[in-house]
Design a protein around this ligand. Structure first.
Ligand SMILES: Cc1cc2nc3c(=O)[nH]c(=O)nc-3n(C[C@H](O)[C@H](O)[C@H](O)COP(=O)(O)O)c2cc1C
Length: 186
């Protein structure tokens, strides 16, 4: 069974991207994947600094996260857009997770991974300017990002009170994107 890791690029308690990640995780389970929904808040790390790494090594939280990344076939990332770019949380997470420890091969956490990308925003563009940058970032880590994406614009109005996506067309787009990711992981 395809193992997918779903996470948000925001750790905010009321994060719209966390809601989108949770909805997507449920859809991916329905599509037949084995899904882990992860909150990066559970894997805190200081902003990457080479002196810190030289003195203390890769933080334990990031060692755990590298292992979790390595155990999955694909990632689904739902991220906010900050000033048109990917948020520092994702950059920092990828920086730490890209570091080798001991005689480990480079990029073990990202080897042979596939990914699908999504964005939610209260704005009208839904975070669309960030997505090519996230795609490029993942490509530099050696991850194959499947074609297409999902955006949820005006996202404060996109979910019911219990966090379910309201729009059927969005749900259908997610189903198609997840289907492409599962196919790519085979
Ligand atoms: C520093 C910063 C920059 C932002 N820049 C953008 C932006 O470029 N485009 C956009 O659609 N929203 C932007 N926003 C608004 C975010 O989309 C909004 O805060 C969103 O709720 C964050 O995602 P979350 O709900 O998953 O935490 C920005 C927010 C912050 C804090």
């Amino acid at each position: 069974m395809t193992k997918l890791l779903v996470f948000s690029g925001s750790t905010r308690a009321a994060s719209l991207n966390k809601k989108l990640a949770a909805s997507t995780a449920a859809i991916a389970e329905n599509e037949g994947a084995e899904v882990t929904l992860l909150d990066l808040a559970d894997y805190p790390a200081a902003v990457y600094n080479g002196d810190d790494e030289a003195a203390n090594g890769v933080p334990e939280s990031m060692q755990k996260l590298k292992k979790i990344f390595a155990e999955h076939d694909g990632f689904i990332i739902s991220s906010p857009e900050y000033n048109g770019h990917i948020p520092p949380l994702l950059t920092n997470t990828f920086s730490w997770a890209s570091r080798s420890e001991g005689d480990e091969q480079g990029m073990v956490a990202f080897a042979n991974k596939k990914a699908a990308i999504m964005a939610a925003s209260p704005g009208r563009l839904g975070g669309i300017r960030m997505l090519p940058r996230l795609r490029d970032t993942l490509a530099e880590l050696g991850i194959v990002v499947v074609p297409g994406f999902v955006t949820v614009p005006m996202a404060t109005k996109a979910f019911t009170d219990d966090g379910a996506l309201i729009d059927d067309a969005t749900i259908n787009s997610i189903r198609q994107l997840v289907g492409r990711l599962i196919a790519a992981c085979h």
